[in-house]
Design a protein around this ligand. Sequence first.
Ligand code: AMP
Ligand code: ZN
Ligand code: FE
Ligand code: FE
Length: 285
Amino acid sequence: MSLSALVDLHLHTTASDGQLSPTRLVDMLAARGLRVAAITDHDTTAGMEEALQAAHRYPALTIIPGVELSTDVPGGEIHLLGYLSNYNDPHLQDALRRFREGREVRGRRIVEKLAELGMPIEWERVRELAGDGAVGRPHVARAMVEKGYVSQIPEAFTKYIGRDGPAYVERLKLTPEEAVRLVVETGGLPVLAHPAEVAELDTVLVSLKAAGLVGMEVYYAQYPAPKRSRLAEAARRHDLLPCGGSDYHAFGTPEEAAPGDLGPPLELAEELMRRVGMRLPTRGQ
Ligand code: AMP
Ligand code: ZN
Ligand code: FE
Ligand code: FE
């Protein structure tokens, strides 16, 4: 795939369910010529210091600290990205710690359900695959691949651990409005992630905008152009910044988009950065 974007505002590392360490991801971002990238791990900012440290070696690359929060709506979930001006905010970090604990409890219960379905995996192995990071279903899926129960991570979701699967288990989540307010309270910018999956999008956007939503993903690498056009329209209608990125996890599946395959224009990134009190390095320095 040809490199087309200078900006990627949705990326995961080993701090959650991505498979590249923050340093290796940053090396890849620099090698691919990205200028602005946001690291948005699930329920943790633990990768941020390493990423910012690694980015010191690349003056042309700016890293925006971020996070991805999963929230609960009837019959589904909505993901919110937060671009953070103060990721060490104690109230935010307390909330993230509670969500990570909820992930542990839920992960153990999924493992129990899989055993009942005749597919035993070791919780210790799942924990090991997650390393120091926030444990997620992709780690469970990798343990299932290792045992040969499925051949790839997506198959584990479709057959067993996806929302309608027999081993699915809920976990502690906020409502989307609560998550928006949590990000706003820290001085961060809440942005709706992969909105094509959201039912009743216009209604949700009105409610989240009232809570403080500032943007929504439009340039989402997994969406074809017609879908992106419809989302761009929605962003305009609701006066939301059109954001986006690859949602790269380094899962290694053939269909996975790479960092920089698609993203918003540099001007959009500069606007976001201005609002969190950051700015791009002056050219030529
Ligand atoms: P969790 O945060 O533990 O609920 O797991 C959700 C994560 O699993 C998402 O953020 C994706 O990284 C991944 N995921 C969800 N659905 C799929 C799927 N169908 N195929 C592969 N990965 C998925
Ligand atoms: Zn993920
Ligand atoms: Fe997501
Ligand atoms: Fe994501």
